[in-house]
Design a protein around this ligand. Structure first.
Ligand SMILES: CC(C)(COP(=O)(O)OP(=O)(O)OC[C@H]1O[C@@H](n2cnc3c(N)ncnc32)[C@H](O)[C@@H]1OP(=O)(O)O)[C@@H](O)C(=O)NCCC(=O)NCCS
Length: 209
């Protein structure tokens, strides 16, 4: 069983949010990242497995970055730019951070990520997500992280499996996108499950500080 919730809900404004991993630097987005992410977010084919459409102009990208900054100051989300060899190559987020639901403590967030296609299949998204999960459980004190993906998104499914998430649901023909219904898979991982899997997964052991 996971530990009880921390008595004080942390404030993102008072926590160090910059994360370094062996190959990546994760930095909370700022408006200065607009040109760095534009080539990816403006590619019409890129977001086909995600819930957003390609941006039509840089004003839309700027609005997206401003939204992530607002979420951070509202204490409900952190979106990091993923930097590799000095270049912005992706994004990873803890979204919908929720501590309370009426009388309940729920202490959870949703994980999301994308990476530049030129860097796929080198373990980089898994590395970034591994360190974001360390942040989520050890620094923020979250109790649970959830993640979802389309059933046909085999790369994302593999990332999720490598991280040790537990499959909790399959929503048949769940959302309409690009002329077809897509089946959605849902996964979750509690803090206590994370402390088990993160010390036994071969992929994770060398990365744990
Ligand atoms: C999902 C995504 C972030 C993965 O990034 P990545 O850095 O390539 O991920 P990793 O290298 O850590 O792991 C990918 C795994 O998928 C596997 N994989 C990729 N394509 C595959 C395929 N067609 N069939 C089987 N396995 C596949 C890789 O072999 C690798 O597994 P392995 O380490 O066991 O060999 C990246 O593909 C992406 O940005 N996709 C578009 C955005 C997206 O779908 N985001 C997630 C929304 S839920």
């Amino acid at each position: 069983m996971s530990a009880p919730p921390r008595p004080t809900i942390p404030s993102l404004g008072t926590i160090e949010l910059e994360i370094d991993t062996p190959r990546l630097a994760l930095r909370p987005f700022t408006v200065a990242d607009v040109d760095g992410i534009w080539p990816y977010v403006s590619d019409p084919a890129f977001p086909k497995h995600m819930r957003w459409n390609a941006h039509a102009d840089k004003a839309e990208t700027l609005a997206f970055l401003q939204r992530t900054i607002q979420e951070r100051s509202d204490n409900v989300g952190v979106t990091w730019g993923i930097r590799h060899e000095g270049k912005l190559v992706g994004a990873i987020a803890l979204e919908n951070i929720r501590w309370q639901l009426a009388a309940w403590r729920v202490d959870r967030a949703e994980l999301g990520y994308w990476l530049a296609p030129a860097l796929w299949n080198k373990g980089l998204a898994t590395e970034a997500a591994h360190h974001v999960l360390l942040f989520a459980y050890d620094t923020l004190g979250l109790h649970k992280v959830t993640v979802g993906c389309f059933e046909q998104n085999v790369a994302s499914r593999r990332v999720i499996e490598k991280l040790g998430f537990r499959h909790v649901g399959r929503h048949e023909d769940d959302v309409w996108r690009d002329g077809a219904w897509h089946t959605h898979l849902e996964y979750e991982l509690t803090a206590s499950q994370w402390s088990d899997v993160s010390t036994t997964m071969p992929i994770s052991r060398p990365l744990r500080p």
